[in-house]
Ligand binder design. Structure first.
Ligand SMILES: Cc1cc2nc3c(=O)[nH]c(=O)nc-3n(C[C@H](O)[C@H](O)[C@H](O)COP(=O)(O)O)c2cc1C
Length: 345
């Protein structure tokens, strides 16, 4: 493994930090999967990312989200960490510069509910105007919160950790970093063991950071379901239709960007694979599966992805559907009351 260059010093002044408008930063965000192994993320950027997470909203100001920052050059636990990461993330952790392990401290809820609310009162955030009063807080609100079972607290606080991570990643993105969340599914419970986490700590997610080796657009914005398939207006089931004029404005602000795959993306991926001695190409799905997906009106597919899908269909040589697995998929979907004809060709 080559050694990253020494960490550059902090900027001489705040003016040296580029200003990226928030709508642009949201639009520019991509999951980056190729990192320059020779470029190390500056310590000040890591700290800025952590500050962004620390400033995220948290219920009652209890500060349950913590993190362990791992620098692959200095961390003695690297080999143990590598043993726990999911196989498809091994290349990513070894090319990236740092991993942030985001943790959720469940005991923050039980220990700091009182103090957190007190800090909000002292900072002019918790007011009588909204009905707060000390006596009610101490005899009703706080004891009720503290009596929640850990499963409920877990759900509430993990949601907060997700918020913190999202804010942290947006900051990293605005500072020009490439990032991805990564699963550590190879060894369940492994990371908790590697770091010797106390039982009230949850390892919520890991986040790699580095400088992108692929183009920053990572081949364009990845497709999503259509807006109106995700958002409801006034009642569940009533589609909220997006206004094309709003979309045009968001496009002009850089939030809505060109959809993947941009021209040259597949060639870029093959060149990266060749450089690192890895197999070229993207994974292929069977022809009928690609056709079914392209016909699914839930997805917001633009012309580029349709054109690419068609070129794969025309080229042929795609795999067969694993018929032996069909029954398993039918059962798994039916357990959840799903209409299997929607998801199976
Ligand atoms: C909680 C979470 C976990 C993820 N885990 C992984 C992962 O283990 N490996 C990976 O390559 N991408 C991972 N991703 C990235 C998603 O696959 C990615 O968001 C998706 O490819 C869409 O691309 P985009 O983020 O560029 O829009 C994860 C994303 C989230 C939100």
């Amino acid at each position: 493994m080559s050694r990253p260059a020494p960490t550059a010093s902090i900027p001489a002044s705040a003016d040296d930090i580029p200003d990226v408008p928030v709508l642009q930063a949201i639009g520019d965000r991509r999951t980056i999967r190729y990192y320059d192994p020779d470029r190390k993320v500056e310590e000040w950027k890591i700290q800025a990312v952590l500050q962004a997470g620390r400033l995220a909203s948290c219920q009652g100001n209890i500060n349950a989200t913590e993190a362990i920052v791992v620098d692959r050059e200095t961390c003695d636990l690297w080999d143990d960490i590598e043993e726990c990461v999911s196989g498809f993330n091994v290349q990513m952790i070894n090319q990236s510069s740092h991993i942030i392990f985001w943790l959720t401290n469940l005991n923050a809820w039980y220990g700091r509910a009182n103090d957190g609310l007190s800090t909000l009162a002292l900072s002019g955030a918790l007011t009588k105007y909204h009905g707060w009063n000390y006596d009610f807080s101490m005899t009703q609100t706080i004891p009720r919160l503290m009596s929640f079972p850990t499963e409920r607290t877990d759900l509430l606080l993990r949601f907060e950790t997700g918020l913190a991570v999202s804010q942290a990643m947006m900051c990293g993105n605005a500072l020009g970093l490439g990032q991805s969340l990564i699963a550590f599914g190879r060894k369940p419970g492994g990371i908790e063991g590697v770091f010797g986490l106390p039982p009230h700590y949850r390892f919520t997610w890991a986040h790699v950071l580095g400088y992108p080796l692929e183009d920053r657009t990572a081949g364009g914005q990845r497709p999503r379901l259509k807006f109106e398939k995700l958002f409801h207006k006034d009642a569940f089931g009533t589609p909220y239709m997006p206004d094309p004029e709003v979309n045009e404005l968001l496009r002009a602000k850089g939030m809505l960007q060109e959809q993947a795959p941009l021209p040259g993306r597949m060639e870029e991926l093959d060149a990266l694979a060749e450089r690192f001695g890895r197999d070229p190409g993207c994974v292929s799905w069977p022809a009928r599966e690609i056709q079914r997906l392209m016909d699914d009106e839930d997805w917001d597919f633009g012309p580029r992805i349709r054109e690419h899908a068609q070129s794969l269909l025309d080229r042929g040589g795609l795999p067969e559907y694993p018929e032996a697995m069909r029954e398993t998929f039918v059962r798994l979907m039916e357990e959840h009351g799903l209409d299997t004809s929607k998801y199976l060709s």
